[in-house]
Design a protein around this ligand. Structure first.
Ligand code: AVJ
Length: 352
């Protein structure tokens, strides 16, 4: 059953988010090497475009991860154990989550977290109907910010964060470690992290996945400019920015850029920004991991690698990290409130 959370300042939260978007865009476009944070891809249109990407022949990650989940969800659920509170980072359409929820024994609750409010509301609604015994408590938030995890009716034995979709790949190593350390603290000493992450492979396979023939990825990339045009009153000419995605071997990542086709001035509100011909806006990194690199990541973040599942081609992996015997941490009490606190403007509990 879904509870309705009371939050006095939802409109304030929305205003703060809009202000943050403007600040991030201005800072990114003023920088020496222009950059836009990839989390801003996911407005309603961007989320729909990403759903389309996941169905492309060239884009192997989603269906590969789904295959791993289909094959091993029961075993994963066994490791998670009974009565866990499942928290999901970047829940999107929650397709993979269903595979887990079908096997986890009496979860006390499911907390999907996503920046895309509309999609979150829709998928949480559907899940609530499908799993009437589970408290579904969606949070519209940026999961890199401190989170206040709402309490459920039943106390949880452990908190498990499910972080699928290779979203962690969007973070640099330093950012990834910071996020996972925060996650370790969020889920406590008995907690776990189930992480879905893309693996290193033939660069031709990688580059094809981000340069699909239908141009859906190009549209997804340009949509961030469409969003800036609409929400910040800018005049980006979409035809004057080329989609570019390539494998950066030394940094082990796919990079996406939007490259200016000519010298041009773009106005965001009344603020002009100059683009030289060939100058790029760096819009996304998608880091690719090796299995040893994943173990290192776990260790650097206060976790222990418990188990790892991959597909036959070793294209993608799902890893289960626990707190093992690493950093000591206090035990969480579901009722006693969490160690992290909620700055008022960080998260919108979604009311259904
Ligand atoms: C959603 C972060 C997994 O990095 O592959 C897809 C997003 N960008 N095509 C990825 C994306 C271009 C994606 N993740």
């Amino acid at each position: 059953m879904m509870e309705t959370l009371q939050q006095a300042s939802v409109s304030e939260v929305i205003k703060a988010a809009a202000w943050q978007f403007r600040a991030d865009v201005f800072r990114g476009l003023r920088a020496q090497n222009k950059v836009l944070p990839c989390k801003y891809f996911y407005d309603e249109i961007g989320s729909a475009l990403f759903e389309q990407i996941t169905k492309l022949e060239e884009y192997y990650p989603t269906r590969t991860e789904l295959g791993i989940m289909q094959r091993h969800a029961a075993e994963m659920a066994g490791l998670l154990g009974p009565n866990c509170l499942l928290i999901e980072y970047g829940s999107g359409s929650s397709v993979k989550t269903r595979l887990l929820l079908n096997h986890v024994l009496d979860p006390t609750g499911y907390i999907p977290i996503d920046v895309s409010g509309e999609q979150l509301r829709c998928s949480a609604h559907a899940l609530e109907a499908e799993y009437p015994d589970i408290d579904v408590l969606p949070l519209c938030a940026d999961f890199t910010r401190p989170l206040n995890i709402p309490g459920c009716r039943k106390p949880a034995v452990r908190r498990v964060v499910y972080f699928p979709g290779s979203t962690l790949g969007n973070f640099t190593t330093g950012e990834a470690i910071a996020l996972l350390r925060q996650t370790a603290s969020l889920c406590g000493s008995d907690g776990g992290l189930l992480l879905g992450i893309d693996l290193r492979k033939d660069p031709r396979v990688l580059e094809a996945a981000y340069n699909d023939r239908q141009g859906v990825t190009a549209a997804f990339n340009r949509n961030i400019l469409v969003r800036i045009n609409r929400e910040l009153g800018a005049d980006f000419d979409l035809d004057q920015f080329a989609h570019r995605a390539f494998y950066n071997a030394s940094r082990v990542r796919i990079e996406m850029h939007l490259v200016s086709r000519r010298d041009q001035i773009v106005r965001v509100g009344s603020m002009p920004f100059f683009f030289a011909k060939g100058e790029s806006i760096h819009t996304e990194n998608s880091h690719k991991y090796s299995l040893p690199a994943l173990t290192d990541l776990a260790e650097a973040s206060g976790f222990t690698m418990e188990r790892i599942w991959t597909d036959a081609r070793q294209y993608f992996s799902v890893a289960y990290f626990t707190r093992g015997h690493s950093v000591k941490d206090s035990v969480h009490s579901e009722r006693g409130g969490s160690r992290t606190f909620l700055p008022r403007l960080e998260a919108i509990p979604v009311t259904l």
